[in-house]
Design a protein. Structure first.
Length: 368
């Protein structure tokens, strides 16, 4: 039996960027085969395996993300990254290891429901879940879905969760504005794309005030325009993000941004186009499932404060009730930092979390 710590250290050494998790997928497939499973490749780098004793039973989905991030590791990991410029600074190595270790323990058992283990690529792009769903990874009669994420600031080894909105929606917008160039001495003969862009950016705080939820964010992170000191720019581009705990605010802000772009371009005689890069909805945890989890882990559960970070696990929750849970790493450096590390003593706790979730009768829970 492979200890969860060995699985973690092995995976920690081979971090790969989103949609490039080829070595990681091969490692997972090899481990699953050694446990007696028949893994399947989903897309280029996703991997699934089933513990299905009775195809007539409902299913639960257990998901771990796979991808790493750019960065030179400066952590205290026992066996650091072997891939220069890439590291597991978001704990996905631990997520995979804990789910793999649980799968090994569960292999051959007859669970109360069928189980699909999903190792998902490209979470960091918020597009990996959509890719998996498009490839048909969700079984029929999906009863519930679960995910576990290590989380700094939560007490070491505690499970933090909240009902309803736990993590924010995320949408990235791009605005392209076209005008007409002219010499600054004859600016009236042009149509200033830069002025249009700056005007739109200046209106963002007013648009944000339309949101009902005070934590909603409408942010512009970049404006690019012009290449000369004396020429009216004929092109401008803005890029930013919307984050919200409210799907209503998410829709409202999107529509308002479209209206303001139209108004600005009409004022300055320019034209504009608003496009969206992917995006994922709010992580909205099931109150019914959480009540059951309190019964399973009475001494480990704690309340989580909502986070404006985003997680594409939310897309699975569009198809079945689900819960994303945080596993506390205590006072470690923050996620996505070069010094982040996972305290290895929490790995067996994460493994036990998955074993307990798998052995619980979620069909009975649904009717309680």
């Amino acid at each position: 039996m492979l200890p969860v710590t060995k699985l973690y250290r092995d995976l920690h050494q081979i971090p790969e960027l989103s949609n490039q998790e080829f070595d990681t997928a091969l490692y997972i497939e090899s481990a699953l085969r050694s446990f007696g499973f028949s893994p399947r490749r989903v897309g280029q780098t996703g991997v699934t395996a089933d513990l299905a004793a009775d195809k007539s039973l409902p299913w639960i989905l257990l998901r771990a993300d796979m991808d790493a991030l750019p960065g030179e590791e400066e952590s205290c990991a026992a066996e650091p990254s072997r891939h220069n410029g890439v590291m597991h600074s978001c704990g996905h190595d631990a997520h995979m290891a804990m789910l793999l270790a649980a799968a090994e323990r569960l292999a051959g058992e007859k669970a109360p429901q069928n189980i699909r283990f999903l190792f998902q690529p490209a979470e960091e792009t918020t597009q990996g879940a959509a890719q998996m769903i498009a490839h048909g990874v969700l079984p029929d009669h999906l009863l519930a879905c679960f995910s576990l994420h290590v989380w700094p600031g939560v007490p070491l080894g505690r499970l933090a969760v909240r009902s309803g909105a736990m993590m924010a929606s995320s949408d990235v917008y791009r605005v392209s504005i076209s005008g007409k160039s002219a010499h600054c001495a004859q600016a009236a003969k042009g149509a200033d794309a830069l002025r249009s862009a700056v005007s739109l950016a200046a209106r963002l705080p007013q648009i944000k005030e339309m949101a009902e939820h005070p934590d909603t964010i409408l942010f512009c992170g970049s404006i690019h325009s012009g290449n000369s000191h004396n020429i009216v720019p004929d092109q401008a581009a803005l890029r930013g993000t919307i984050r919200s705990f409210s799907e209503e605010d998410r829709s409202l802000i999107k529509a308002a941004l479209e209206r303001e772009l139209y108004a600005v371009t009409k004022t300055f005689g320019t034209t504009g186009e608003l496009t969206w890069d992917g995006g994922c909805p709010v992580v909205h945890n099931s109150d019914v499932l959480i009540k059951e989890m309190v019964s399973i882990f009475p001494d480990l559960m704690t309340d989580a404060a909502p986070s404006l970070a985003a997680e594409d696990f939310a897309l699975y929750q569009q198809h079945a009730p689900g819960v994303l849970t945080w596993l506390g790493t205590g006072a470690t450096p923050p996620l996505h930092s070069s010094s982040f590390f996972v305290p290895e003593e929490i790995l067996p706790l994460g493994q036990k979390f998955w074993e307990s979730i798998s052995r619980w009768d979620w069909a009975k829970a649904a009717v309680r």
